[in-house]
Design a protein around this ligand. Structure first.
Ligand SMILES: Nc1ncnc2c1ncn2[C@@H]1O[C@H](COP(=O)(O)OP(=O)(O)O)[C@@H](O)[C@H]1O
Ligand SMILES: [Mg+2]
Length: 395
């Protein structure tokens, strides 16, 4: 049974929570609102940390949300439910890590179901993984971190990162992880047709960043042999993931996987820059038009200034069909760099995305799939050169 603590001045809400929790329910007043978990627990006079805290927000939503956010940060094994106006509170509640918002008149039955669901969810968050998990192997040297970047949305970052990752994984299952760093609107899960048990949000909230076994257990597995860490489900949860966490994540993954492929949001936000700090091989993407090429030129200039534009970069021109009024040379002149790979427009791309099946698996003869195969072969050859260089150096 779950231990419940209700923060309210309303005796009827306490009564319903008491019934819903089968008697395992304590109450403390909501006025004045306890300021933090330590204060809250001191009011109960008990040392038991509750599984679920129900905070009555009807008197002061701001104070209730502030307490909820502190509980979410400081008591990882406790889930918070607010009682108040769900429409008014839902966005702020999500930001504060609240698990559910219930109306003030909520019946005991609904309360019971919510308590059970929330207790199960926080239990999962802190419990060891149920399924046996392969022991992570530590690589002798960190793997390659390939980040796919473009200044604009719709350039094909997700198409390229998912297909490249699958193409690499097909040749060496278990050696590749794909990370969806488009934290707010990432669609790697859609593109791969997977429904992950955990997302980046769970990774940064738990112990996974400092525990290689826990980290591996948080990755989804794609049929191709690719491991995947998907973006959080809600845009609000993305706010919890900052540059430090991204750094720690990429360091940890690059010690466990030969290739870490990173999909990014458009442009260079703080988390993308953190990813670039750990990127060995940037993949810069542009569409075959003047705004796309100019945008990439600016992005490359910014990266050059930051010392992040290494020679290992690959420049990829997507939607490269004749008839746009531009030539590849025009694009190269604008970005002052060679285009390494061109990818034509293909009708198969959108259908593959909609079906959740990467083109390299669904249509291996499609021109996009062929180019992705070439790109994967290029990185495999670079790995071999690197490995033989190391052997020579060691000899
Ligand atoms: N070479 C291509 N030919 C046709 N459609 C493409 C191609 N590359 C990407 N697309 C489509 O364009 C849209 C945007 O691509 P996506 O990979 O999601 O871009 P981004 O991640 O940069 O926003 C998707 O519907 C995708 O299927
Ligand atoms: Mg995308």
């Amino acid at each position: 049974m779950s231990n419940v603590l209700v923060v309210t001045d309303a005796s009827d809400l306490h009564g319903r929570a008491h019934d819903a929790a089968g008697g395992a329910c304590m109450a403390v007043p909501s006025h004045p609102m306890p300021v933090d978990p330590r204060h809250l627990l001191s009011l109960t006079g008990s040392t038991v940390v509750p599984d679920v805290v129900i905070v009555d927000a009807s008197r002061s939503a701001a104070e209730a949300l502030a307490l909820a956010a502190r509980i979410d940060r400081e008591l990882p094994a406790t889930g918070v439910v607010l009682v108040g106006d769900p429409v008014e509170l839902s966005v702020d509640a999500m930001r504060a890590g609240v698990r559910d918002v219930l109306r003030p008149g909520v019946e005991a039955d609904e309360l019971r179901a919510t308590i059970e669901r929330v207790a199960a969810a926080v239990g999962l968050r802190v419990a060891a993984p149920a399924a046996p998990v392969a022991q992570p192997t530590m690589l002798a040297a960190p793997g390659r971190v390939l980040s796919v970047l473009s200044p604009k949305g719709g350039a094909g970052k997700t198409t390229i990162s998912t297909n490249l990752a699958v193409a690499l994984a097909k040749g060496d299952p278990g050696s590749v992880v794909l990370v969806d760093l488009d934290l707010q609107f990432g669609d790697v899960a859609t593109a791969l047709g997977i429904d992950p048990d955990y997302t980046l949000d769970d990774v940064v909230r738990g112990t996974a960043l400092s525990d290689p076994i826990a980290l591996k257990s948080h990755l989804a597995q794609h049929a191709s042999g690719l491991s995947v860490l998907c973006a959080p489900e809600s845009p609000a949860a993305a706010e919890r993931i900052g540059p430090e966490q991204v750094s720690a994540l990429l360091v940890a993954l690059s010690h466990q996987f030969r290739h870490v492929v990173v999909d990014t949001p458009p442009g260079l936000d703080g988390t993308t820059l953190a990813a670039l700090d750990h990127t060995t091989d940037p993949l810069l993407l542009t569409t075959f038009d003047v705004p796309g090429a100019r945008g990439l030129a600016k992005e490359m200039a910014a990266l050059r200034e930051l010392g992040m534009l290494t020679h290992a970069r690959q420049v990829v021109l997507n939607f490269a069909n004749p008839g746009s009024g531009l030539s590849v040379r025009d694009v190269e002149a604008t970005i002052q760099s060679k285009v390494d790979l061109t990818i034509p427009h293909s009708k198969a791309a959108t259908a593959a995305m909609n079906m959740g099946e990467p083109i390299v698996l669904r249509r291996p003869r499609d021109p996009i799939a062929r180019q992705m195969g070439r790109l994967a072969a290029y990185y495999r050859a670079a790995d071999q050169r690197r490995a033989s260089g190391r052997h020579r150096a060691a000899a």
